[in-house]
Design a protein around this ligand. Structure first.
Ligand code: OSB
Ligand code: MG
Length: 387
């Protein structure tokens, strides 16, 4: 398949008529996690969700800013995103007309960095455009699948038995790939034992930047366990050391944190820093950049999959739409709502079918109803921005 990566030929996300943006609502909602989630940089017991509603001409679209509370994944936080959106991005777009997504992206591009803040706005814009067109987001962006394959990301556990109990649970639910979070001291021996107990499964690990090149010997030991990939072993902003490491590893490196946009993805592939790409719309700054990276990966036949940021159903629904694009060839970290939350902010919740897939919604926009009463009951703060 040949897909043109020229930005101008990426699917144009166009409303029926130019959209004048009337208001932007920013809402912080806290949901408890069903169980704590531990990764190499820390542990979370609840998720502070940052939801955005963009209004235009009496219609609205929903987005989610996936930043965490602390700058442990990347430099962004809920606090920095709130500031950047309220004081810079919203004033630049509210009261203005946009003929398509590219125009919105161009307007936001003047501001350096802060991809998760920008993406929150782009998500709401694309939901709004799709609703106005009466089409699901997947169709608007060029999706081709009716369902997407999913895997699960399992947090670090106190014992291998506790981890294995979860591996079995999610395999039993149909999930097609198991990803184990690792950190120094909880890596090779854990992977060895899970692989011994499950010789055939699609298995990967994610270090969330916990190692350095000095650990190359340890990371090479992972080559013995037939892993699909090692995700982000080295620093969050590194490419060059990953390229050196990849030369010495049989296992494919997948970059997550390091891929902050299209040019970084291109540089990663040009230098051999990774053989697989993790896509997160938030991390790369929104749909426009995500679509360009998708085109790049298709053009170069690089395996691509959709990562997750423990999103509410709103961000999750956007991920499902994105993963319906043809270049998403590996199972995504797109779990069911109940993998993290007892109750989600959308109805119905996202469900994983017994065959390890999530259905791509066919209703307009992101395809779900937002449970406004529940949202209101869990809201810690909200503000409505106007031109
Ligand atoms: O690196 O993908 C990651 C969770 C928190 C921070 C970083 C990551 C993750 C996950 C969970 O792996 C993905 C999900 O289920 O949403
Ligand atoms: Mg990751």
């Amino acid at each position: 398949m040949r897909v043109d990566t020229n930005a101008s030929t990426v699917a144009r996300v166009t409303p029926p008529a130019p959209l004048r943006l009337d208001a932007l609502e920013l809402r912080l909602v806290r949901l408890p996690l069903l169980e704590p989630f531990e990764v190499s940089f820390g542990r979370m017991d609840s998720r502070l969700l940052f939801l955005l509603r963009l209004d235009a001409g009496g219609h609205s679209g929903w987005g989610e800013c996936v930043a965490f509370e602390a700058p442990l994944f990347s430099y962004e936080t809920v606090g920095t995103a709130l500031h950047v959106i309220r004081d810079h991005l919203a004033p630049a777009i509210l009261g203005r007309e946009f003929g398509d997504l590219a125009a919105l992206t161009a307007r936001l591009a003047a501001f350096k960095g802060h991809p998760m803040a920008k993406a929150g706005i782009e998500l709401a814009f694309v939901d709004l455009v799709a609703r106005l067109r009466g089409e699901p987001i997947a169709r608007v962006i060029g999706g081709v699948r009716h369902k997407v394959e999913v895997g699960v990301s399992l947090g670090i556990q106190p014992t291998v038995d506790a981890l294995d109990e979860r591996v079995k649970r999610y395999l039993g639910l149909g999930y097609r790939r198991i990803k184990l979070k690792i950190k120094p001291g909880a890596d090779v021996s854990v992977v060895a034992e899970i692989r011994r107990r499950h010789p055939q499964i699609l298995l990967s690990v994610d270090a969330n930047a916990a190692y350095t090149l000095a650990d190359a010997g340890l990371l090479r030991q992972l080559d013995a366990y037939d892993l699909l990939m090692i995700e982000q072993p080295l620093a969050h902003d590194d490419l060059l050391d990953h390229a050196r490491l990849q030369k010495d590893l049989k296992t494919a490196i997948c970059l997550d944190e390091s891929i902050t946009g299209h040019d970084r993805a291109r540089q990663a592939l040009d230098t051999g820093a990774c053989r697989i790409v993790n896509m997160k719309i938030g991390r790369v700054g929104g749909y426009s950049e995500a679509l360009r990276i998708h085109g790049l990966c298709v053009e170069r036949a690089v395996p691509l999959w959709c990562g997750g940021m423990m999103e509410s159903g709103i961000g999750r629904a956007h991920n499902v739409a994105l993963a319906s694009l043809p270049g998403f060839t590996l199972p995504g970290d797109i779990s069911a709502s109940r993998r993290y939350f007892e109750r989600d902010v959308i109805v119905p919740p996202v469900e994983v079918a017994a065959d390890g897939t999530v259905a791509v919604p066919t209703a307009a926009g992101h395809g779900f109803d937002v449970d406004l009463a529940f949202l209101e009951s869990r809201t810690e703060s909200s503000q409505r921005l106007r031109p």
